[in-house]
Design a protein around this ligand. Structure first.
Ligand SMILES: Cc1ncc(COP(=O)(O)O)c(C=O)c1O
Length: 390
């Protein structure tokens, strides 16, 4: 009935949790900011309507937006020009376009586990093989370069990296970014770097793969940093020759990104830094609140996440993450079971702090009530559950 490809992928466990949620449940499962767009963006959109920007635009995106993004990125790599930028309908499309452009059937793609829900299914949809690389809480969810080296073989076509990371909130250090870029150069594979949370870094600064474009495609989005996930707009940065290839896929997939939305975003880029500085401060304080309340729950452990807007605690209750997330949703709190992000996510739950401090307080009180009295595992069994020797 349907293609082998279509039947090789399933809806993510996230959808199931939202389907189960009772009316009025507190939503800490959410993957979008709770702030709306800045006013210059809304004005830009109204202007675009008045200008009658209703036609198709260039496949690579409007030149003025590509140019403005290139200018914005120059502090990371001064050689970036509009020719290195292509506009997409969000990072979701960007990741898929990168896969379709780079990977052949039977090639291997290294994907973070736990990692964002697109990376493995997208590989299956291009007949490539996703190979998980594991991220551990005790390493700050940062991959070890030695471990990555051990996974690389002649079939390795690429690696996906995501810093700051969803669901872990982990970030890559400058040294790890360089080491991965050197490895890609040495072994001849490509890096797809998903940097949609680059403006949500609370400790130190964001380390981008933009300086390493000879081996990287950087995928980004305006969904999170302008509070417009429903507008479906993002961008990719790569060497010009790669952008030309990506554009062919863009043409066959979407023809072009939305013209009025691009116009509006080009009007809002200038104010994005101060807009995000304000919201980052608020999210930082929620991050601290959430982490300290999580650590007050018996059996829960959560290190302060460095970026994005998720906490990813481990727990020692004798329940799978699915059982625990189901019990929580039945009590009126939506959070996401760690296993939705890969096998190494079991023993964790993902809580989003893109919600009010009041919701964070009430929601985490519910967690305390639900886990109270649940049997707990000894630490040796806990370590085994997380796949690590005791
Ligand atoms: C890591 C990561 N990449 C990509 C996306 C998708 O972004 P977009 O809305 O631009 O498609 C998300 C959304 O939650 C995400 O968390």
């Amino acid at each position: 009935m349907v293609s082998r490809r279509a039947s090789s992928v399933q809806y993510s466990a996230i959808r199931e949790i939202f389907d189960m949620a009772p009316q009025g449940a507190i939503n800490m499962g959410i993957g979008e900011p709770d702030f709306g767009p800045p006013s210059p963006l809304l004005e830009g959109m109204r202007e675009a309507m008045g200008l009658g920007l209703d036609g198709y635009g260039p496949t690579k995106g409007l030149p003025e937006l590509r140019g403005a993004i290139a200018e914005m990125l120059k502090p990371h790599n001064s050689s970036i020009t509009a020719e290195n930028v292509m506009i997409t309908c969000g990072a979701t499309q960007g990741v898929m376009t990168a896969y379709q452009t780079l990977f052949d059937p039977a090639g291997e793609v290294l994907v973070p586990d736990p990692g964002f829900v697109l990376y493995s299914p997208d590989a299956l949809l291009v007949d490539a093989e996703p190979v998980p690389y594991y991220l551990w809480e005790e390493d700050g969810f940062e991959p070890s370069v030695e471990m990555l080296k051990g996974l690389i073989n002649p079939r390795t076509d690429g690696i996906v990296v995501n810093s700051p990371g969803n669901p872990t909130g982990g970030t890559l250090s400058k040294g790890t970014v360089k080491a991965i870029a050197d490895l890609a150069q040495d072994k001849g594979f490509f890096i797809i770097s998903d940097e949609v949370y680059d403006r949500f870094v609370y400790e130190g600064e964001h380390h981008s793969f933009l300086p390493y474009l000879e081996n990287s495609i950087v995928v980004n989005s305006f969904s999170k940093c302008l509070g417009i996930p429903g507008w479906r707009i993002g961008y990719m940065v790569a060497e010009k020759a790669i952008i030309d290839q990506l554009a062919k896929i863009n043409y066959y997939a979407v023809a072009c990104p939305s013209t009025p939305v691009q116009y509006a975003v080009s009007r809002a880029l200038e104010g994005m830094d101060s807009f995000m500085a304000h919201h980052r401060k608020e999210y930082d304080s929620r991050r601290r609140l959430m982490t300290s309340l999580l650590n007050e729950i018996p059996g829960f452990h959560c290190a302060l996440p460095k970026g994005a807007f998720y906490a990813f605690p481990s727990y020692d209750q004798d329940a799978s993450c699915l059982e625990l997330a189901h019990a929580l949703v039945n009590s009126g709190l939506i959070c996401i079971p760690g296993c939705a992000f890969g096998d190494a996510g079991d023993g964790h739950l993902r809580f989003s702090y893109a919600t009010s401090p009041e919701n964070i307080r009430v929601g985490l009180e519910k967690v305390k009530e639900v886990v109270e009295g649940m049997p707990r595992l000894p630490s040796s069994v806990c370590a085994l559950r997380k796949g690590r020797p005791c």
